[in-house]
Design a protein around this ligand. Structure first.
Ligand code: SAM
Length: 263
């Protein structure tokens, strides 16, 4: 039913690469830059606990709660005084001031794109950032990447690393694009050591019948146009693949989720 970019063709993001950061800029200002920082912080935070993990399928019209859309959640780790994704979040620049804890371990990023997460890497992190698109990767190399982080051209479904190579892994806005989420999750489980974290920031199929169906319809077109799935249930996919869900934090009406898992 869905189209797939054959692996013999250049990745679709080769064509988007020159426009990618400009196209994303408004969303970065509104929401994404702050959530990128929160994603990297979740690699080291110890305050995650089971929350909202029962409704990861988002099928029932039940809003799982948007902790930054007016519903104050006392356990958000993302509360830097900015209480709304759509509000005057002036955090449009780097993450400095986000007070990352050190991460003295081997870290893997998949689908690193043009390297927009590099400013948010926790101090001490070293490892690899992988990306299938040569053009996205070329732009990432110009940033430059954090010290000790190697850039590797590769798809998440076949990671070129030995078992248990990494202490943690993360991805932002990637699982909407991967051709096979089950294979990518299986690879993450293989290369991240037992007990290590896998943190994802993803746009997903939102809760609620109306919004859910709207995203199903939208996805019909986006998959065909640029291989981007707007109705994935990534948290459920992760759990089905054997990852343990620690926290699923909805943002922007549940369209975006910060998903914290453990291998
Ligand atoms: C929307 S971009 C996100 C880039 C970056 N993570 C960010 O947050 O700006 C999606 C990225 O996923 C990459 N991608 C697509 N298919 C992939 C796969 N099978 N494995 C790993 N990355 C993939 C694309 O090349 C693209 O760079």
């Amino acid at each position: 039913m869905t189209t797939r970019t054959p692996h013999t063709q250049p990745p679709i993001y080769d064509a988007f690469a020159p426009h990618y950061e400009r196209a994303l800029r408004p969303l970065e200002r509104l929401l994404l830059t702050r959530l990128r920082a929160a994603t990297l912080r979740a690699l080291t935070n110890d305050d995650d606990h089971t929350r909202n993990v029962g409704d990861v399928n988002n099928d029932d019209g039940n809003n799982s709660g948007n902790n930054d859309d007016g519903n104050n959640s006392s356990d958000s780790d993302d509360n830097n005084g900015d209480d709304s994704d759509g509000s005057n979040n002036s955090d449009g620049g780097s993450s400095h001031g986000d007070s990352h804890q050190r991460f003295n371990g081997r870290l893997l990023e998949i689908g690193t794109g043009t390297g927009l997460n590099f400013p948010h890497y926790p101090p001490g992190a070293h490892g690899a950032a992988t990306e299938p698109s040569r053009e996205m990767l070329r732009r990432a190399r110009l940033k430059p990447p954090p010290a000790g982080v190697r850039l590797v051209q590769n798809r998440a479904e076949a990671l070129p690393f030995a078992d248990d190579t990494f202490d943690a892994a993360f991805a932002t806005l990637v699982f909407c694009s991967v051709a096979s989420p089950p294979r990518a999750f299986a690879e993450l489980r293989r290369v991240v050591r037992a007990g290590g974290r896998v943190v994802l920031l993803e746009h997903v199929r939102p809760p609620g019948l109306l919004l859910g169906h709207a995203f199903d319809a939208l996805s019909f077109f986006t998959v065909r146009l640029f291989d981007d799935h707007f109705n994935r249930r990534t948290a459920a996919d992760a759990e089905r693949a054997g990852l343990r869900l620690l926290r699923v934090e909805p943002h922007a009406l549940g369209i975006v989720q910060l998903i914290v898992c453990e291998v």
